[in-house]
Design a protein around this ligand. Structure first.
Ligand code: 1HE
Length: 265
C-alpha cells in the first residue's frame, strides 16, 4: 500500500505485509526521504492501523539515504507557537512508535541525519549498512532537535556526544555508530533489509507479553529509582510468566522440545 499527499502526488510511504511482519518504507527518495508533515502523519496512520496479525515492523528508506531529517522547506515563516505544535506533533507520533503495540526494526543506510536519526532512535532495534552516516546538522542550520532527539539520543549515546554532534556538526560513520551504540547490527551495503526482516521475524515469534514488557516496562524501569525498579520488575515478570504462553514455552524446554541458547562462533 502507498500513501500520497494527494491522488496525483508521488507516494510518501509505502507498506507491505509479509505474514507476521509489516514493512514500511519512506518513499520520497527525490527529497532524500526528508520528513515533512504529510510523511510524519502517514507514519502515524500506518502505525495506528497496523493489523492485529502483525507482530513486528521493519522501517526502511528508499533510494540512497534513510532520511535527510526535517524537510527544511517547512521551516520558513513558522511562528514560535507553530514550532511548538510541530515539535509536539512529532513527539506524539514517535511516542506512538516507541510505545506502540509491536517492536520496530529500523534499517539505516546513507544519511541518517537530524529528524531521521530522531525517528530511528524512537524504534527498538537498528540495523546499519556500511554506507550509513549520522549527523545532527541542527547547529549548522540554526535550529534545535525537535523530534525527541534531546530525550532519546542522550539515553542512547550520552549527552556529551549529542552536544558535540549538534555544536560541531560532526558526522559519525557506520562503524563509529556501531561502536557507540547507534546501531545494534552492522551489515554490508544491500544486506540491511534482509537482516531487518530476519530480526523482525525472530522478534515476532516471542510471546506478545514479553515484547510488550520489553517495549513498555523495560525503558520505564531503567529510568526509575532502583527500589521502584525492582518492585516493578518483580510485578511485571510475575505477570508475564503467569501467561499460558510462558508456561507452554517453559514446559517445551523442560521436555527438550525447545531450542537451546547457542554459543556464538
Ligand atoms: C531536502 C532535504 C531536507 C535534501 N529538506 N529538502 N537536515 C539537513 O540539514 C540535511 C540536509 N540535506 C543534506 O545535507 C543532503 O541533501 C544529504 C546529505 C541528505 C543528501 O545529499 P545528496 O547530494 O544525495 O542530495 P541533495 O542534492 O542535497 O538533495 C536532493 C534533493 O533533496 C534537493 O532538492 P532539489 O529540489 O534541488 O532536487 C534537496 O534540496 C532535497 N533535500 N535534504 C528539504 N532536509 C523535528 S526537528 C528535526 C531537525 C532536523 O532534522 S535538522 C536536519 C535537517
Amino acid at each position: 500500500m502507498s500513501v500520497s499527499a494527494s491522488d496525483r502526488a508521488p507516494p510518501l510511504i509505502a507498506s507491505e505485509l509479509q505474514g507476521e511482519i509489516a514493512l514500511v518504507r519512506l518513499a520520497r527518495p527525490e527529497k532524500r526521504n526528508a520528513l515533512n508533515d504529510p510523511v510524519v502523519l502517514a507514519l502515524e496512520e500506518f502505525f495506528t492501523r497496523l493489523p492485529e496479525s502483525v507482530k513486528a515492523v521493519v522501517l526502511h528508506g528508499e533510494g540512497q539515504h534513510f532520511s535527510a531529517g526535517l524537510d527544511l522547506t517547512e521551516l520558513t515563516e513558522r511562528s514560535v507557537a507553530d514550532g511548538v505544535s510541530h515539535s509536539q506533533n512529532w513527539h506524539r507520533i514517535f511516542e506512538k512508535i516507541q510505545f506502540g503495540r509491536v517492536p520496530v526494526v529500523t534499517v539505516m543506510h546513507g544519511a541518517v541525519v537530524g529528524g531521521g536519526l530522531e525517528l530511528a532512535s524512537a524504534t527498538h532495534i537498528r540495523v546499519a549498512e556500511r554506507s550509513a552516516y549520522y549527523a545532527l546538522p541542527e547547529g549548522v542550520r540554526g535550529i534545535f532537535v525537535g523530534g525527541g532527539g534531546s530525550v532519546r539520543l542522550p539515553r542512547l549515546i550520552g549527552t556529551a556526544r549529542v552536544m558535540d554532534m549538534i555544536l560541531t556538526g560532526r558526522t559519525y560513520s557506520a562503524e563509529e555508530g556501531q561502536a557507540i551504540g547507534i546501531s545494534h547490527y552492522l551489515v554490508d551495503n544491500g544486506q540491511g533489509l534482509a537482516k531487518g526482516i530476519e530480526i523482525a521475524r525472530r522478534v515476532a515469534k516471542n510471546a506478545p507479553l514479553t515484547n510488550f514488557a520489553v517495549m513498555h516496562a523495560l525503558p520505564r524501569i531503567a529510568e526509575s529509582d532502583p527500589a521502584a525498579g525492582f518492585l516493578t520488575e518483580a510485578l511485571v515478570s510475575s505477570i508475564v510468566q503467569g501467561e499460558g504462553e510462558a508456561k507452554e514455552r517453559l514446559k517445551a524446554f523442560l521436555e527438550k522440545r525447545a531450542p537451546k541458547v547457542v554459543q556464538k562462533r
